[in-house]
Design a protein around this ligand. Structure first.
Ligand code: ZN
Length: 55
């Protein structure tokens, strides 16, 4: 199940609220989260990769 990169909610794959960025599709729980992501995509993608990095 896709995860909303802004609020980390699980989103239905059938959701119409989605965007494509760097060749990947991102799904959102609401148009508010989508707008937030599009304002600053790297902020949300950066958080994700930072969490994967072991310290
Ligand atoms: Zn959301």
């Amino acid at each position: 199940m896709p995860i909303d990169p802004v609020c980390w909610m699980h989103v239905d794959r059938e959701s119409k609220i989605r965007t494509e960025y760097s060749g990947r599709k991102y799904y959102f729980c609401s148009s508010k989260c989508k707008a937030e992501f599009e304002k600053n995509p790297s902020k949300y993608l950066g958080v994700k990769s930072a969490m994967k990095m072991p310290k």
